[in-house]
Design a protein around this ligand. Sequence first.
Ligand SMILES: Cc1cc2nc3c(=O)[nH]c(=O)nc-3n(C[C@H](O)[C@H](O)[C@H](O)COP(=O)(O)O)c2cc1C
Length: 313
Amino acid sequence: MSASQAPDTRVDLAGIPLRNPVLTASGTFGYGSEFAPFLDLRRIGGFVAKSLTLKPRFGNPPPRISEAPSGMLNAISLENVGVDAFIDEKLPVIPDGVTVIASLFETEIAGYAAVAERLSEEPRIAGLEVNASCPHVKSGGIEFGQNPKVLAELVRSVRRATSRPLLVKLSPNVTDIGEMARVCEAEGADGISLINAVQGLEVDPETRRPVLSNVLGGLSGPAIRPIALRMVWQASRAVTLPICGIGGIATAADAIKFLLCGATAVQVGTANYLDPAVAGEIVDGIEDYLKRHGIERVSDLVGALEIPPDRRS
Ligand SMILES: Cc1cc2nc3c(=O)[nH]c(=O)nc-3n(C[C@H](O)[C@H](O)[C@H](O)COP(=O)(O)O)c2cc1C
């Protein structure tokens, strides 16, 4: 590749063509248009909108966000405008040429399928991401993504409801992420996204109370990056599905680490709160890395982690 030649940053994520592998993560980028004043939404690969339910939902009362070492703890509880308002009000203001992935959840499997069906009617939506980190009411509040049988039922049911590219976003709060990835593959998912926030607890010793009204929250940000990298690497060895890597990405170098560990694309989450333009800067940084290393295609980095033979376990 000559120095003047631009590297090819395009990737195909589970049947979704992306101009580059940098997306933004659900719940950290609103419904997209909120970030338009800060960066050109066409510069990034696309964005995953806030997770949607059939009806609008209100979140937990405050306090629902707390600072953590190298990260944050949140218990927003998936507040959202509902699928109809998203389609009627939020989607039409997204400029043409911006790749939109819709995220969905419910507390019952039938609800997930219903939201997926509704979203599938919309040509502007490039693909669906099923948020499997929500409590399954019938299982007593355990996350859908924590029980392989429940996860299988969920993916099967949403798969039947949509022919659109289907990503399943896995919970990190499990012992064996490879098993969960295999369940998604067996049930017909087109790809997996991981990780969602890691369950955590913060305490105020003066009041002896949990800091968050919900008691537990989800830990995100650089604090979870090594956990996320480990899980992406393990999942990439367990399945052939494309993976979207998420967790603590704040720089181009962070994003490249995920590609090397087997991710086809990445999502930037908590870092958007510190710098709403960061996702665009990560795209620039990846291009610069490819040029500096004389790499023609970003896809050449996917799974290119080198483990010296004497360090293989
Ligand atoms: C305030 C906040 C809200 C979130 N809301 C959602 C959501 O609605 N759906 C979802 O799948 N993930 C949600 N997440 C999880 C993120 O998409 C992401 O998986 C997680 O934060 C890890 O990435 P990060 O460390 O880059 O933030 C949320 C995270 C934060 C911090």
